[in-house]
Design a protein around this ligand. Structure first.
Ligand SMILES: Cc1cc2nc3c(=O)[nH]c(=O)nc-3n(C[C@H](O)[C@H](O)[C@H](O)COP(=O)(O)OP(=O)(O)OC[C@H]3O[C@@H](n4cnc5c(N)ncnc54)[C@H](O)[C@@H]3O)c2cc1C
Ligand SMILES: NC(=O)c1ccc[n+]([C@@H]2O[C@H](COP(=O)([O-])OP(=O)(O)OC[C@H]3O[C@@H](n4cnc5c(N)ncnc54)[C@H](OP(=O)(O)O)[C@@H]3O)[C@@H](O)[C@H]2O)c1
Length: 481
């Protein structure tokens, strides 16, 4: 199909959110040959595209980060326009205004908040959400300035999902392995000074119910200079440990890795990681970091984060749990305190309500049927959702592709009616946004940020280094500060 200037295509769609689900939705919309000729504006509150691929995927997972290259080709399609720095909601463009400017709007805003534990002590100094830590090492411009008490001796990560694995790995990794990544300079320097020597990652259920994937688990056992430990007696509390045959394949693989670690590490069940294997903790490419140990614990439910008397974390109190025979666990009344000065709660993300869209508080999602937003139980042609705000905060990047495809299918089925009712819309939304005082960052602005990040990397004798603040991003995008 020959290129058509974006705003002159007759059917106009706004996609809100330039993460994977938004980009896959845009791809489906312009890729369909059955649809009316469609132009898509992909709006994001940040001046940068790619959502959690840029601001969640850990810096040392460069291969996954490189997925940005395939997302980029969609945003460079002649009928797709990236409009960054445009938030939807109070203070930004309102949802009802978008419905005037476009025939349809697809909300792909993700689920950026952290879930709380709901236990005493959660807000003590030294207790953080994984969400905040991830945002900090990913250079999210909203991230707090990074008071992560990395002067602590030990850290406890609560939860055994893939985000917990990311957090534990970044805490344990030697900085020389992080230096070649795009991690912001301040985070790199802070991690370089870190005195955290012991990281514990703790699940409330058993090893067969852990949410992490085997590839990510194995990576922990291969970290240079890091000793990984598991306790066989704790693994064995899980009935599936002795007889894993009935487990789903992914859980069976996890149990096999943990069993292998338990058996290889006689007594203390410790496995020395990667290149440093056999040369003890702290060896390898850790460069100046203290010895690092990473322990995986199971069947411990957090009940309180304990105060050191001065408002900071001293320890976490856990209750030992036991399988209840139905996939859950029950408390045993036996407690254990794990001394620590640093706690990361990594118990999942949560969506937030958005500017008058219906919202299910329990699941943190927008109610929908096949991607059509449901208002008072009825599908609402013209408003759609995809990604984490549709399904909840689970699933890898690729999961968002079929999810967006389903939504796009619904939208395209409604397209003729939407176009028939309103006909081609007048004007260009970009001009309307500018006239309303917004400062959209278009694709050349984003390319300016990329160039500035390469330049920053060069000046620090590193490769690309992310710009971590709003002013820096805006200036690089060519906006006034
Ligand atoms: C810490 C972390 C690490 C991960 N690592 C991996 C990994 O290594 N591999 C993997 O396959 N998956 C990984 N995932 C999962 C993957 O990132 C998600 O499946 C995916 O990003 C969800 O896509 P999304 O588009 O729904 O949301 P997001 O990626 O969160 O994108 C949402 C976008 O919407 C924008 N937005 C939000 N609110 C507004 C608003 N009001 N107005 C305008 N724009 C708005 C945001 O700025 C953001 O750009 C990770 C997830 C997390 C949390
Ligand atoms: N490399 C990758 O591919 C990668 C990296 C990061 C994230 N992701 C994906 O992103 C999604 C989100 O990951 P996530 O780690 O945030 O979520 P997750 O996979 O849902 O894991 C959450 C963890 O928190 C635990 N938990 C929840 N409430 C708790 C409580 N009150 N007390 C103690 N523990 C509690 C859960 O235990 P229970 O099971 O007992 O509830 C689980 O272990 C996942 O689909 C993940 O695979 C992928």
């Amino acid at each position: 199909m020959p290129p058509v200037p974006t705003h002159s295509a007759p059917f106009r769609v706004a996609v809100v959110g330039a993460g994977p689900s938004g980009v896959y939705a845009a791809q489906g919309l312009v890729g369909s040959e059955e649809s009316p000729l469609t132009a898509v504006d992909v709006l994001d509150r940040l001046p940068c595209p790619y959502g959690l691929v840029r601001y969640g995927v850990a810096p040392d997972h460069e291969k996954i980060k490189s997925l940005q290259r395939s997302l980029r080709t969609v945003l460079e399609h002649p009928r797709v326009r990236f409009l960054g720095n445009v938030g939807v909601g109070p203070g930004g463009v309102r949802a009802r205004e978008l419905l005037e400017m476009y025939h349809a709007v697809v909300y792909c805003v993700g689920a950026a908040k952290d879930r709380r534990l709901g236990i005493p002590g959660e807000d003590l100094r030294g207790s953080h959400s994984a969400t905040d830590f991830v945002s900090w090492y990913s250079a999210h411009p909203d991230a707090a300035d990074g008071d992560f008490a990395l002067g602590a001796r030990s850290a406890v990560v609560i939860g055994v999902g893939n985000v917990a694995v990311d957090v534990a790995r970044v805490l344990a990794r030697g900085v020389e392995e992080l230096r070649p990544t795009d991690i912001p300079q301040a985070a790199l320097e802070s991690l370089e000074r870190s005195t955290v020597g012991e990281v514990s990652m703790i699940g409330r259920r058993g090893p067969s119910q852990a949410k992490f994937t085997t590839k990510e688990l194995r990576e922990l056992g291969a970290l240079p200079g890091v000793e990984v430990s598991v306790r066989e007696e704790e693994l064995a509390l899980d009935p599936a440990y002795e007889s894993p045959e009935g487990l789903p394949a992914a859980a069976r693989r996890n149990v096999a890795v943990l069993r292998d670690w338990a058996l290889r590490g006689a007594g203390g069940a410790t496995v020395a990681g990667g290149a440093a294997s056999g040369s003890g903790p702290g060896a390898g490419s850790g460069s100046g970091r203290v010895a690092r140990r990473l322990g995986l614990r199971f069947f411990l439910r957090p009940v309180e984060i304990l105060d050191d008397g001065a408002g900071a974390v001293r320890a976490v109190r856990f209750e030992r749990t036991a399988p209840d025979g139905q996939g859950g666990v029950a408390g045993t009344g036996v407690h254990e305190e794990i001394e620590t000065q640093l706690v990361f709660r990594s118990v999942g993300y949560l969506g937030s309500p958005l500017d008058g869209l219906p919202f299910d508080e329990r699941s943190g999602t927008v109610p929908h049927t096949a991607g059509r937003v449901l208002r008072e139980g009825a599908p609402c042609p013209g408003e759609y959702v995809a990604g984490w705000i549709k399904r909840g905060p689970t699933g890898v990047i690729g999961t968002n592709r079929p999810c967006a495809k389903e939504t796009v299918g619904s939208l395209l089925a409604d397209a003729a009616a939407l176009l028939g009712t309103r006909g081609p819309l007048p004007g260009d939304p970009l001009e309307a946004l500018r006239a309303a005082g917004h400062q959209p960052v278009e694709w050349p602005g984003w390319l300016g940020i990329e160039a500035a990040e390469s330049e920053l990397g060069r000046s620090l004798a590193r490769s690309t280094v992310k710009i971590p603040d709003w002013d820096g991003l805006r200036a690089a995008a060519g906006l006034g500060i």
